[in-house]
Design a protein around this ligand. Structure first.
Ligand code: AMP
Length: 211
């Protein structure tokens, strides 16, 4: 069973890679940024609340984010594992996630950090601003989001290091090569921690689940 986090600064390609990796592993990818953007688009109450923060590149308050994630990871498609993309980003979120998982008798098995130098991130994000027109991809907001990542989210990753489940992966180069590197990193953490997939009898699905 793989319950993993994909961490990485804005612009690292973590969203793209998160869906690819989740597909390969046969688990659901859950992106808090995507859920917020969907709610903003649909103008739900959650969306209206989140938008105030997102437009400035600030974090949506932990209380709102945590509740949303707790609901989402308890849906049936996450029963056989999940990949969280963009969560947790604060110490409070780490604590909350541990709480939800412990209540459900579960634990995280892999944490991946996708690394890309800041200069390349800024260039990629400014480029994305031109092509996708995301409201939070302006030069000023980009810098603020990078600062928040360095100030708070990197400490989140450090907090998982002592659990022996963190792998760092170089996020530069060709997209397919990065996916391959990520998969190898997931496999090596699972091997190191003894969290190996269970081989399924033939004819019981072609994904890896249940492991
Ligand atoms: P992302 O697409 O992951 O870069 O997220 C876009 C925006 O959504 C962020 O800049 C935040 O405003 C908000 N957001 C996404 N995930 C979180 C989170 N875990 N905690 C707080 N805010 C978040």
């Amino acid at each position: 069973m793989t319950r993993m986090l994909m961490m990485g600064p804005p612009g690292s390609g973590k969203g793209t890679q998160a869906s690819r990796i989740a597909d390969k592993l046969g688990i659901v990818a859950i992106s808090t940024g995507d859920i917020f953007r969907y709610n903003v688009k649909e103008m739900t109450e959650l969306g209206k609340e989140a938008k105030k923060y997102m437009d400035n590149g600030d974090f949506v308050p932990d209380e709102v984010t945590n509740r949303m994630v707790a609901d989402r990871i308890r849906q049936s498609d996450a029963e056989h594992g999940f990949l969280l993309d963009g969560y947790p980003r604060t110490a409070g979120q780490v604590e909350a996630l541990d709480g939800f998982l412990t209540e459900d008798g579960q634990a995280l098995t892999v944490v991946i950090e996708l690394t890309v130098p800041d200069e390349e991130l800024v260039a990629r994000l400014l480029n994305r601003a031109e092509t996708d027109g995301r409201a939070d991809d302006t030069a000023e907001v980009i810098q603020h989001r990078l600062d928040l990542y360095h100030e708070q989210t990197q400490a989140v990753i450090e907090s998982y290091v002592s659990r022996g489940i963190v792998a760092r992966v170089d996020g530069t180069g060709q997209i397919d090569d990065i996916t391959e590197r990520l998969l190898q990193a997931v496999y090596s953490v699972r091997e190191r921690t003894g969290n190996l997939p269970v081989v399924q009898p033939i004819g019981q699905g072609d994904g890896e689940n249940p492991e």
